[in-house]
Design a protein around this ligand. Sequence first.
Ligand code: NAD
Length: 294
Amino acid sequence: MSNFTIGFIGLGNMGGPMAANLAAAGHTVRGNDVAGTTAEGVAEAATIAQAVEGADVVITMLPNGAILRQVAEEAIANMAPGALLVDCSTVDVESARHVAEAAEKAGLLFVDAPVSGGIGGAQGGTLTFMAGGTEAAFKKAEPLFDIMGQKAVHCGDAGAGQAAKICNNMILGATMIATCEAFALADKLGLDRERMFDVVSTSSGYSWSMNAYCPAPGVGPKSPADNDYTPGFAAELMLKDLGLSQQAAEMANADTPMGALARELYTRFVEEEGGKGKDFSAMLPRFEKRGWQG
Ligand code: NAD
């Protein structure tokens, strides 16, 4: 594989280790972050323009769609025609499509490629990428996905990566809530949690939330529940993704009542019930404390 010059914008919890993995694989990486954060093997660029000028590929890993639009505008204005822009942030579908259009107008390739796998996946190079964009853009990005992750799925045109990500996380949020409320009900019915896990994890109620990320401490494989609900995947990040799925549902005129209720419950959990900073599976102790009709 040829070695690329890569501009990397947003060296936070996820972007830092992703950029470091690209540098470790032999690519020349120039990084920029407003907070002045750096990453191992990554040359510091004082401005976005300096990070992206002459780069073959520019990768962004930013907090939200508004920041992405602003950063992309500056990046696109300074990128060479034919270069590739890859956004790995989780943002709204509209922002992904807006940036894709601006990139195309400037003669650039674009892929929206949000990830799943969290900080551990970013550090270990085991992320899953859900990508949207043209075949040519995806093909050019693929070798970089191989370094930063273990799997990349080309989901369709620009925005399809974000669509896949928010649909997946809407299922995850609703399923985690259902799993937690069922454990709390089982407790009150006097059912042993280990037995509950044994049955459900091998019956039709099984899911990733139950089988791989069990919210009950000491039950099933090791999960954040065994570490006092230290994230893992923080409740406020789940809330962000549930907000994006509801925003998309409104835009696309889709009926998503379970997604809407999941967002409502995570909003209360994060804003009023001490869930901020806790893993999203800490919904279980929340339900334990509650009774019929809340
Ligand atoms: P983070 O807040 O740690 O990192 C974001 C970085 O962007 C920060 O370092 C910030 O200083 C920088 N930044 C903000 N505005 C900037 C600008 N104008 N120019 C340059 N840099 C700027 O967040 P994170 O946990 O790394 O998450 C990044 C993205 O990945 C988010 O969209 C998040 O939803 C998504 N994501 C996170 C996880 C996770 O477990 N943390 C998992 C999957 C997806």
